[in-house]
Design a protein around this ligand. Structure first.
Ligand code: ZN
Length: 318
């Protein structure tokens, strides 16, 4: 028989509080609609523009190489005219826009991107030009559904795999970017470059593969490396050289990968191909040694001294 005792009641209350706390923590895994896990809830912490170097930092200053942003409406790829034609064709997905927010915040998107299909297709081609050299190398992804939703929690995410991909961009986030006087079209391009890299990049995710503990950070690093290489670094993104190269995602590994690519031409292309899923090989950082002839730890310590890739200059890591 349970006899009542104040100590036992106190203990029970403490235990209850702990359980509630644990339940609350366990329940916070973000879930996209229809129960799909958000494969890329990465932009959450960037809501306050510039906090954390995430995929959705506000627009940055002019691209480091000074070239103008490719915001103009793109010309459709012409199949026969250039060697890249096959690659362009492979990375021009069919497109569906779901403008869920038809209110003033949704209008911010519509005003910034009058032709979303052309805008998204051109972004896909830009991603592939940075990651690939021939259409055969490209991971299959045929259709993009772009959702514009009034989501105060995430500025953006990507869901789906091989074939049908869904990207969500938050109209709430875009309205905040606009309210801060920043370039909304540039922000959309940056988020889309990041999320569409997830659409086309290899990620080692196959049975018996994908076992590297920090694979997620490497995948996010490649996505931000493409965004930065295209001239759309997240606002506030700066190289970080403390700790390990992959103990965080996004800008930290991104700038490092771009620095390695600057020293070993084609590194980013080869790194992405080393992450092909279904090749029977679980990816590890040994790929750095196979590609460059130098181990990742040695490269990371060399990178520590690279002044051209630092908080004040990204001349050799863009
Ligand atoms: Zn991401």
């Amino acid at each position: 028989m349970h006899r009542y005792s104040p100590e036992r009641v106190h203990l029970a209350l403490v235990l209850l509080a702990v359980c509630l706390l644990l339940a609350a923590c366990a329940g916070s895994t973000p879930v996209a609609d229809a129960g799909q896990p958000i494969s890329d809830p990465d932009a959450a912490q960037a809501l306050d523009a510039g906090a954390g170097t995430d995929a959705s930092g506000g627009p940055d200053a002019a691209p480091p190489d000074g070239s103008s942003a490719p915001d103009a409406s793109p010309s459709p790829p012409d199949a026969g005219s250039s060697p890249d034609a096959g690659l362009d064709l492979k990375c021009t997905p069919t497109f569906t826009l779901q403008l869920e927010d038809t209110g003033p915040k949704g209008q911010v998107f519509a005003d910034a991107v009058p032709d979303p299909e052309a805008f998204a297709q051109e972004t896909g081609r830009t991603v592939c030009k940075i990651l690939y050299r021939s259409p055969e190398e490209v991971r299959d992804a045929n259709h993009l559904t772009l959702i514009i939703r009034d989501d105060p929690q995430y500025p953006g995410w990507k869901a789906g795999d091989v074939g049908d991909i869904t990207v969500m961009i938050s109209s709430d986030h875009l309205a905040k970017v606009k309210a801060q006087g920043q370039d909304v079209a540039r922000e959309i391009r940056g988020i889309l470059l990041h999320e569409m890299t997830h659409m086309y990049q290899h990620d080692d995710k196959a049975p018996g593969e994908g076992t590297y503990g920090r694979l997620g950070n490497v995948i996010e690093g490649v996505a931000d490396a493409v965004r930065i290489r295209a001239g759309y670094p997240p606002t506030g993104a700066r190289p970080s050289k403390s700790g390990a190269w992959d103990d965080a995602g996004y800008a930290k590994p991104a700038f490092f990968l771009l620095w390695v690519d600057g020293r070993h031409a084609g590194f980013l292309h080869d790194l992405n191909l080393s992450m092909v899923a279904g090749d029977g090989v679980a990816w590890t950082p040994d790929a750095f040694l196979s590609i460059t002839g130098v181990g990742v730890d040695a490269l990371w310590s060399q990178y520590a001294g690279a002044a051209c890739c630092s908080g004040t200059s990204q001349l050799c890591c863009n």
